[in-house]
Structure formats: structure tokens, C-alpha cells
Write a protein that binds this ligand. Structure first.
Ligand code: HEC
Ligand code: HEC
Ligand code: HEC
Ligand code: HEC
Length: 422
């Protein structure tokens, strides 16, 4: 009896080899981890931290000066590479010395040349990731020689209109404005409106779109629908239809639980069809992927039709209050952008570029009046980004708190003309 409680030689041998095995495994794992950490781990952690950081104009400057110098085929001077950047900034300095007051300024009125120079450098050139020469003849900054400058001026009106009509009117606005970089993210064109997960997640099927009329009644007669959706359409196209043609037929009213209904509601007169549900869910997925969030960011998952503005314990995070109403406002914004896009001066292309540039997908290009344009969607600004608290504010939005803190040290100039009248 007693001998069975003492290990025999065979048991000792097993014990020793298991122990040695564990030590070897631990040491090997630790060694591999150490090598990984030295080689890749720190870089990955740093990259993840950087990806969460708010966009800084130096991101844009880096994009310009770290890029290989280019030679454009039109009349413009090279606008990439470190020497193009330096030449543009220095020419700007000379211009400011000779012209303390601006000469041909239509939007940025009330600013001195020095303020315009600082804004241009940090938020226009930086925001688009291009040097001054992309838009300017740097021998004379007041000339409107290049279509890029004219487009940029119209985009200044765009930023102002988006802020005035939609952003400042968000319920419980957090204080972030749309600026050039919010959409451009240090790229001049070919921005992507669709997250890579979205295109991959939509099944390749065709669906019927029965849009709701102004009273919330589905239009089922094809002859009464817009031409683009008279027949069955690819599900991807149906999602785009809702993002760009959204309307509210029963505006939100805190006293009426059945209010706040729009094109994507599933509660309406006439009843839902399987395809309506499919369309709704794929738009919901599109918004979720674009913001990097799940359904309960906007919904009380026990009551999808409800609008939660005073969240209680059934909403996962107090900070998510109002998000469904904010999302509705944003759907109205993307629809408004679509309806007015050409008037804001984007430069149309004769064909979709092949190979596609800058990571854009074919889905982002739309034919308007015979030209192809990239139009903004939720992903253009949001990029699947959310910060430490899980709040989905685009990382390149202009935050009023940060520029207040920086004071008037010439660090941050965010023109009055872009703030939506604030
Ligand atoms: C994306 C296009 C774009 C880029 C890049 C750009 N600018 Fe401008 N710039 C404009 C537009 C548009 C205006 C006119 C704004 C208006 O009408 O209110 C302007 C105006 C100016 C003016 C005032 C000119 C006058 O009429 O007195 C100066 C100075 C200037 N830019 C300097 C620069 C400098 C320096 C750079 C590079 C660091 C630069 N810009 C980069 C688009 C651009
Ligand atoms: C709502 C999103 C949005 C905002 C805000 C915005 N842009 Fe754009 N911009 C776009 C899109 C999308 C295009 C078209 C890109 C394409 O067709 O590939 C574009 C095109 C342009 C072009 C033409 C580029 C080319 O070569 O085709 C210029 C120049 C430009 N924007 C400047 C600006 C400036 C300057 C600002 C800030 C005052 C600004 N944009 C703000 C979305 C935006
Ligand atoms: C970014 C915010 C947002 C996210 C994320 C989101 N939704 Fe929605 N959802 C909305 C908005 C806004 C509406 C209102 C549509 C309307 O009435 O036009 C809506 C409507 C709905 C409806 C119809 C409710 C009704 O009134 O009949 C359902 C069901 C729904 N969402 C499910 C989901 C599911 C499931 C997910 C996750 C895959 C999700 N949503 C993710 C914003 C969001
Ligand atoms: C032109 C850029 C732009 C586009 C396009 C855009 N957003 Fe936003 N979005 C913003 C900005 C800026 C804010 C932050 C506003 C604030 O400070 O309250 C924001 C905030 C939000 C918020 C609230 C986040 C929070 O916690 O306060 C939601 C939800 C949202 N957007 C959903 C969407 C959806 C859905 C779409 C597409 C239908 C979309 N956005 C398209 C710029 C954009």
C-alpha cells in the first residue's frame, strides 16, 4: 500500500521528462515571442495606436514629401516629392510678403494672406496629400488656371454646406466639423466609399426594390419607380440606392413611438416583403462596417424600431444614445450629396481607371451626365474607425475643442467660411 504512494523509477522518469518538456516549451515560446516582439510586435502596436490617433496635418505632409516625385502630363508643375513641397511653400511665403491682403479670394473672405497660407499648407495641401502646385501656378497664387483649384473652391462651399445643413443639426452634436481631410484622408481622388468587408459580405443575388412614397406606402408598380430600379437589381446596387435616395416620411417626434420612419423602415402600410428585409439588413451591414460597430451601436437590440435618446440599461453604452437619429441624419446627408454632387465641382472621368487607383473599388464610381465620379458614402469619412470609447467620429474630422486649445498660435486655422455659419 505504502509503496504505491511513492513514485517508482518509471513514474519519476515520466515526471522529469514532462517537466523538462514544459520548461523547453516555455523557453521556446518566450524566445519566439521575444523575437516576434523585436521584429514585428512593437511595430504593430505602434501602428494600431497611430491608427486610433486623430488625423494630423503632418500625416498629409508626410504623404506628399515621402512620395516619389511626379511629372504630370498637363501644364502643372510636379506636386509630389519633397522638393515640390518645399518650392510651393517657399513661393507661398514670397507671395504673402508681396501681397499681405488676398487678391482673388471668393470663399475665404476676411482672412489675411498669412492666415490663408497657413490654412492651405496644413489643411488643404495636407488634407489632400498634394503640394501647392496641384492647384496653383506658384508664380501667381491668385490665378484660377487649373481645374483643380476651381474644384477645390467648390469643395469649400461643400464643406460649409455639409456643416450648416447636417453636422451642426445633429442631435447632441459632439463638436466635430467636416473639413477637407474628413473625406480626402490625405488623398486627392479615388477615395473609397465602401469598406472592403462590405463588398465581400453582400451575397451575389438580385432583389426587387419597392421604395416607400412620401406617405410610407410601398411603390410596387414598376412604371412608377425610378428607371434604375424598375427591374430586379443586384443587391449591392440596392444598398447604394438606399444610401443615396433616403427620405423620411414620418419625422421623429419624442412623444410618438411610431415616428422617425424613413425609406429603411420595416413597419409601414402594405407590409414588408422578403426583399425589403434583405435590403434593410444589407444597408444595416454597410453602415455597421463603415463605422466599425455592431447593431447595438444604434439600436436597442430588443426593439429595433425604437429611437433611444435617453439610454437605459438595455443600450450597451450610454455614449450610444442618439446614434440611430444621427445615422438617419447622415443618410439624408449622403442622399443630398448625391443629388448635388456635380455642382460641387468634382472632376469627372471618362472611364473608371484601370487599374483602379488608391484602393477605390468599382462600386465607388457612378455615371452622372456621361462622366464617372466617386461619390462619398459613410465609409469615405468614417473608414471603419472608432476611438477608445468606441465612438465613431471620423478620425479626420475637425474638432472644435482641439483647435480652441491650440489658440491662435497660427497652429490651426479653420476658416469661418467652412464652419457652417458658426
Ligand atoms: C486643393 C487645391 C489647393 C491646394 C493644394 C493649395 N491651394 Fe491655395 N488656394 C486654393 C483655392 C481654391 C484658393 C482660393 C480660395 C477662395 O477663393 O476663397 C486658394 C488661395 C490661395 C491663396 C490666396 C491667393 C490670392 O488670391 O490672394 C494663397 C496665398 C494660397 N492659396 C497659397 C497656397 C499654398 C502656399 C499652398 C501650398 C502649401 C496652397 N495654396 C495649396 C486651392 C489650393
Ligand atoms: C464630402 C466629402 C468631401 C469633402 C468634405 C471634400 N471633398 Fe474634395 N472630393 C471628394 C470626392 C469624393 C472627390 C472626387 C474624387 C474622385 O472622383 O476620384 C473630390 C474631389 C476633389 C478635387 C478634384 C481632385 C481631382 O483631381 O479629381 C479637389 C481639388 C478637391 N476635392 C478638393 C477639396 C478641398 C480643398 C476640400 C476642403 C475645402 C474638399 N475637397 C472637401 C469629397 C470631398
Ligand atoms: C449606424 C447606425 C445603425 C446601425 C449600426 C444599424 N442600424 Fe438598423 N437602423 C438604423 C436607422 C437610422 C434605421 C431607421 C430606418 C428608417 O426608418 O428608415 C434603422 C432601421 C432598422 C430596422 C427597421 C426598424 C423599423 O423601423 O422597422 C431594423 C430591423 C434594423 N435597423 C436592424 C439592424 C440590424 C440587425 C443591425 C446590425 C446588423 C443594424 N440595424 C445596424 C441605424 C443603424
Ligand atoms: C462628410 C463626412 C461624413 C459622412 C459621409 C458620414 N459621416 Fe457620420 N459623422 C461625421 C462627423 C464629422 C461626425 C461627428 C459629429 C459630431 O461631432 O457630433 C459623425 C458622426 C456620426 C455618428 C455619431 C457618432 C457619435 O457617437 O456621436 C453616427 C452614428 C454616424 N456619423 C453615422 C454615419 C452614417 C450611417 C453615415 C452614412 C449614411 C455617415 N455617418 C456618413 C462625418 C460623416
Amino acid at each position: 500500500m505504502q509503496s504505491s504512494t511513492r513514485p517508482n523509477d518509471r513514474q519519476t522518469a515520466i515526471f522529469v521528462s514532462v517537466a523538462v518538456g514544459i520548461i523547453v516549451a516555455v523557453v521556446t515560446t518566450a524566445t519566439f515571442y521575444w523575437v516576434y516582439d523585436l521584429a514585428l510586435g512593437r511595430e504593430r502596436v505602434a501602428a494600431a495606436t497611430l491608427a486610433k490617433a486623430v488625423w494630423s496635418p503632418s500625416d498629409g505632409t508626410k504623404a506628399i514629401s515621402a512620395a516619389a516625385p511626379n511629372v504630370p502630363t498637363d501644364a502643372r508643375q510636379p506636386w509630389l516629392g519633397v522638393s515640390a513641397w518645399t518650392a510651393g511653400v517657399q513661393a507661398g511665403q514670397t507671395w504673402v510678403t508681396n501681397n499681405p491682403n488676398p487678391v482673388n479670394v471668393q470663399v475665404l473672405t476676411g482672412m489675411s494672406s498669412a492666415q490663408i497660407w497657413a490654412y492651405m499648407q496644413q489643411y488643404v495641401a495636407g488634407g489632400l496629400g498634394v503640394s501647392c502646385q496641384y492647384c496653383h501656378d506658384i508664380n501667381n497664387f491668385s490665378l484660377d488656371t487649373f481645374p483643380q483649384k476651381v474644384a477645390a473652391r467648390n469643395m469649400m462651399y461643400l464643406a460649409n454646406d455639409l456643416n450648416a445643413n447636417f453636422i451642426l443639426k445633429l442631435p447632441n452634436w459632439r463638436g466635430n466639423y467636416v473639413q477637407c481631410a474628413t473625406c480626402h484622408n490625405s488623398k486627392p481622388n479615388n477615395m473609397e466609399a465602401f469598406g472592403p468587408q462590405f463588398a465581400g459580405s453582400v451575397p451575389p443575388i438580385k432583389v426587387t426594390v419597392d421604395p416607400l412614397d412620401a406617405a410610407g406606402v410601398p411603390i410596387t408598380d414598376p412604371a412608377k419607380k425610378p428607371v434604375a430600379i424598375q427591374g430586379k437589381v443586384k443587391l449591392q446596387e440596392a444598398v447604394l440606392y438606399y444610401i443615396y435616395n433616403y427620405q423620411v416620411w414620418k419625422p421623429y417626434d419624442a412623444a410618438d413611438p411610431a415616428s422617425g420612419r424613413g425609406s429603411l423602415a420595416l413597419e409601414y402600410k402594405g407590409g414588408r416583403t422578403q426583399d425589403q428585409v434583405t435590403n434593410n439588413q444589407n444597408v444595416m451591414n454597410y453602415m455597421g462596417w463603415s463605422l466599425g460597430v455592431g447593431c447595438n451601436y444604434c439600436h436597442n437590440s430588443r426593439n429595433f424600431p425604437a429611437y433611444e435618446t435617453a439610454p437605459v440599461s438595455n443600450v450597451t453604452n450610454q455614449l450610444y444614445a442618439y446614434n440611430k437619429r444621427k445615422a438617419q441624419q447622415m443618410l439624408l446627408m449622403t442622399s443630398w450629396i448625391q443629388a448635388n454632387w456635380v455642382t460641387y465641382g468634382a472632376i469627372g472621368k471618362d472611364a473608371i481607371p484601370t487599374p483602379l487607383e488608391g484602393g477605390a473599388s468599382k462600386l465607388s464610381y457612378h455615371l452622372i451626365d456621361g462622366k464617372y465620379y466617386v461619390e462619398p458614402g459613410c465609409f469615405t469619412c468614417h473608414q471603419g474607425f472608432n476611438n477608445i470609447d468606441g465612438i465613431s467620429v471620423p478620425r479626420a474630422a475637425m474638432n472644435q475643442v482641439s483647435f480652441k486649445d491650440l489658440g491662435d498660435a497660427g497652429q490651426v486655422v479653420f476658416p469661418q467660411a467652412l464652419r457652417g455659419g458658426q
